[in-house]
Design a binder for this molecule. Sequence first.
Ligand SMILES: [Zn+2]
Length: 235
Amino acid sequence: MIKIIDSHCHLPKTESFSDVFTRAQNKGIVGCILNAVTESDWNQIVNIASENKSVCCALGVHPWFADSVSSHWDSDLMALMESNPKLLVGEIGLDKTRDNFDIQKNIFIHALEIAIKYKRTINIHCVHAWDEMLKILKSYKPDLPKIVVHSFDGNQNVLDFDADLYFSYSPNITNPKFKRLMESVQRVPKNKILVESDSENLLPTITAINGVLSLRNDITANDIYNNALGVFYNG
Ligand SMILES: [Zn+2]
């Protein structure tokens, strides 16, 4: 059976993570990067990471919830990074479809600085905000960590950006409505393609990988698996 790593999933709301993961493992999804959405996810995620070597965990604050952070979110995040050397930073990012953009920007920059300080891969969310995002990332070169661009939208400026970026394709890759996304797969370096469910249920990763493989004859599922291992361990 092929081995797949889901590069972006979240905690399930209605069942236990271990049930979801067992079901996914039976279908070849042997590992995943489990991303926090708010601070309230952090402890549960850290526990899952310590119990299961095949689950890589990322702690952060999703931009949609940037205005609900506690006053000590940053010191808590640093303490957890300090005591858990394998944790990544995520999900963090910018999203112009929400009206808390200035707050998002502050939280994102602060989380990015923490990732740089502790040398952790980041898992980013970016919607309609690539101009601002690339400007911020550029200002932190050459110290940027590895960056997983979650649910990549096919933006050419991002493909051209000179940093250690990985482009993670969601099941949208199989939807003909996302023409730019489908075309972008041809231009991503072979060693930079990842796949993800972008969900609480890891199984949609299978749709994503089948979509990518149907568009790229020169890569295999094993290549994508190896790419994911490269970000899994903070490089
Ligand atoms: Zn997410």
